[in-house]
Design a protein around this ligand. Structure first.
Ligand SMILES: O=C(O)CCC(=O)C(=O)O
Length: 272
């Protein structure tokens, strides 16, 4: 069934329709490239926001929760087609914004190690999706994202880690759950998997599941590659403080098991 995705939140600047093939590919592979979803006004505004946010970041290549203090990011997270993309691909009637994150890889920046995202986030019991928007042209040698197709279906919660400046895994989180699986050396296992990797143009989006194993290549080009990642959750997702590996996104006002609805994780879409 073709889904029309427009609601009162969609300003119609970038209307988006998801085709049945798109949906089935997303469910099977866990990641999909959507071409030319967002137009020039967004890209221009979000580049300014990304540069400003990164100039205040103490991390070498990313900054989180930008939307809370940046008008263009707030507009994108709440009122663009991004929540509708999330709702359609998760097939969810309610969508919450979890947080947003800007990334920049400059020339020579290292690879992002393989990982899956949900183990880092203080949420459980539902699906999550990232809408990852390219703000620059990203060629194969400029640090594109890579995904292990179908790993979203493994339901493996790989042990989270921090990353040092040279891109190496600095510390593995021990956790209180005892539920994290040791992280295989996916780099040496490359030949055993179907790896998805796409070149992107500004305005292209990769939408990917919170459980898919992914990373990014080193930036071997002279160009900077900026990306804007917005993380959304779907029906049934609840707060889970044991998952507070990423301390920047924990919500001190929520208790375990509560729905996420809050100022920090606002509901961005409800389909009646
Ligand atoms: O941009 C990168 O290198 C990493 C992005 C990533 O892992 C993510 O958005 O979840």
């Amino acid at each position: 069934m073709l889904k029309e995705i427009r609601d009162e939140h969609d300003l119609n600047r970038d209307p988006f329709t998801v085709q049945p093939e798109t949906l089935s590919t997303y469910h099977k592979d866990g990641a999909i490239l959507l071409k030319s979803v967002f137009g020039e006004p967004w890209i221009t505004d979000l580049r300014v926001s990304a540069d400003r946010a990164l100039s205040h970041s103490d991390n070498y290549f990313h900054r989180q929760r930008v939307w809370e203090s940046d008008d263009a990011c707030r507009e994108f997270c709440l009122n663009s087609s991004a929540p509708a993309i999330a709702a359609a691909l998760m097939e969810s009637s309610k969508v919450n914004l979890l947080y947003d994150q800007v990334f920049a890889k400059t020339a020579g920046d290292p690879a992002t190690p393989w990982h899956n995202d949900l183990p880092y986030w203080p949420v459980r019991n539902g699906r999550a999706i990232t809408v990852w928007l390219a703000l620059d042209s990203i060629s194969f040698n400029a640090g594109p994202l890579e995904f292990i197709a179908g790993s979203n279906l493994w339901e493996k919660w790989y042990q989270p880690f921090t990353v040092a400046k040279d891109g190496s895994q600095a510390a593995f989180y021990q956790g209180t759950e005892n539920a994290f699986e040791p992280l295989p050396d996916f780099e040496t296992e490359r030949g055993q998997h179907k790896i998805l990797c796409w070149e992107m143009e500004p305005g292209d989006v990769i939408a990917f599941d919170g459980m898919i194993v992914h990373g990014a290549k080193a930036n071997a080009s002279p160009a900077v590659r900026r990306g804007y990642a917005v993380r959304y959750t779907g029906d049934g997702m609840t707060y889970h403080s044991d998952g507070e590996v990423n301390r920047i996104i924990i919500n001190p006002h929520l208790k375990d098991g509560q729905p996420l609805d809050s100022d920090q994780y606002p509901v961005v879409r409800v389909r009646k």
